[in-house]
Design a protein around this ligand. Structure first.
Ligand code: DC
Length: 222
């Protein structure tokens, strides 16, 4: 079974996807982690986001390895564990322009499909999983969203817990800037009949997971 979950940062989709995968006892593919790992490598190598050629070369040569849990995700880039390093605000800011480079998307989409073939059944989460990467293979496709204030608050709490020194306003601005680019990826899923949309603004995590599961049961008829 292949379940895709797309939507903006802070919508609660990552946590819900991980929980859903654990309930279904299948792996969880965090595709944002792959874009983040490339951004992390670019920062380490001192490559600016304007140098597309160097960034594409870096991506072609990068050895990414993901442990897809489902209860945890570990990420290695060129032999180093970067699982925590890829979650900083600096990496988030660098990831968005990098994720806009089409050649980089194509390389990572290829890697995601290869991982998907190995996994067989999985929950995958990102921006283009239902619209591009597993468009024809997915059993159920979701778009998970929430209003910007709620998303900013969630992301802010996560960053604070990670010890980052940021303000709520900075997080909100960062999310709005990323939304403008990121939403293009899942726009096709907003067409009627293309996905199941869930607004998590006033839902708890348990309610979101329950809602996802009930839609899956309905869709696959079990
Ligand atoms: O979900 P996240 O915050 O970890 O994603 C990090 C960045 O990568 C974000 O700017 C969106 C981008 N991304 C993407 O363009 N396509 C994906 N499949 C996953 C993430």
């Amino acid at each position: 079974m292949i379940i895709t979950i797309d939507g903006p940062a802070g919508s609660g989709k990552s946590t819900a996807a991980r929980k859903l995968a654990a309930h279904l006892e299948i792996p969880y593919l965090d595709t944002g982690a792959m874009y983040r790992a490339i951004a992390h490598l670019a920062i380490e190598a001192g490559i600016p986001t304007t140098d597309q050629e160097a960034l594409v070369r870096l991506t072609e040569e990068a050895e990414l390895w993901l442990d897809c849990g489902p209860t945890h995700t570990r990420v290695q880039a060129n032999g180093h564990d970067v699982s925590e390093a890829i979650r900083t605000m600096a990496v988030s800011q660098t990831t968005s322009p990098i994720a806009r480079i089409q050649q980089i998307r194509e390389i990572l989409v290829g890697k995601q499909r290869a991982i998907g073939r190995k996994l067989g059944s999985f929950v995958t989460e990102g921006r283009d999983q239902g619209s591009v990467v597993f468009k024809d293979l997915a059993d159920v496709r979701f778009v998970v969203d929430a209003d910007i204030d709620k998303r900013a608050e969630r992301r802010y709490q996560e960053l604070l817990a990670d010890g980052e020194d940021v303000s709520l306003d900075e997080v909100r601005e960062n999310l709005s800037a990323r939304d403008a680019n990121d939403c293009q990826q899942w726009a096709p899923l907003l067409e009627p009949g293309q996905s199941i949309r869930i607004d998590t603004t006033s839902m708890t995590l348990a309610e979101v997971v329950e809602c996802l599961e009930s839609h899956i049961k309905e869709a696959v008829g079990s």
